[in-house]
Ligand binder design. Sequence first.
Ligand code: NDP
Ligand code: 8X3
Length: 252
Amino acid sequence: MKKTVFITGATAGFGEACARKFAANNYRLILNGRRVERLEQLQKELQDQYGTESLLLPFDVRDRATATEAIENLPEAWQQIDFLINNAGLALGRDLFDEASLDDWDTMIDTNVKGLLYVSKAVVPYMVKQGGGHIINLGSIAGKEVYERGNAYCASKYAVDALSRGMRIDLLRHKIKVTAIHPGAAETEFSLVRFKGDAEAAGKVYDGYEPLVGEDIAEIIYYTATLPAHVCINDLVVTCTAQANASHFFKG
Ligand code: NDP
Ligand code: 8X3
């Protein structure tokens, strides 16, 4: 039987790249995100290109009731979930602590932390029932090192780091692997979202060096997902070659 991958935030960036990578390798997909038209377009493309079977599950991961209900009521044919990629997330603003917006902080914590919890809590019972599974959480280099103006975004990704460690311990007895991937700067829609549609500010983030792209992260996630059953990559920090840590870049 084909394996199934549930990807949150599949309408752009890493999530979309993962959908394409797993589809190309004969997996079934459960695709989440809020932009339904993008999900429908992706579903059609993958069906046409690879014959991929996919189920669209559009919801806002911050909405606990809707997320829980959608996952608890999955059609029977989609209740075998081999991989969960907790990818939906965002940064909003790049402001000093005393100047940042409480609304931005709420959105980041609700999405990056609480959304990940809601989705995982609803998916785990399926994995327990089937005797195992693999959860892959998207943390960030911002969850390993705090940088100036990173405040609540960094905190939300430190929380993903801590949750990944905690999930790995608590879910061990169910044979559920937990991998946390912590990318550095990657050119996706991330900066456009962070700078609230300001394309110039977003573009500047990647000036003077070659950043990661979605496909780089999808390759790595696919690698971690296809290792033998007894092998688990627990924690992985990955940057482009021009980035040494959260704040040091070589811009040639
Ligand atoms: P993108 O902005 O390109 O993609 C983000 C995805 O998350 C979109 O599909 C978006 O879909 C989805 N999303 C956002 N909010 C919600 C929500 N409330 N409910 C459901 N889906 C949501 O960013 P990336 O691909 O770069 O980011 C993916 C993850 O990787 C994030 O967790 C991010 O923090 C992390 N990351 C990114 C890095 C980077 O430099 N790009 C580096 C390190 C980590 P939609 O808007 O349709 O809902
Ligand atoms: C995204 C990476 O360094 O822009 O998580 O915050 S960074």
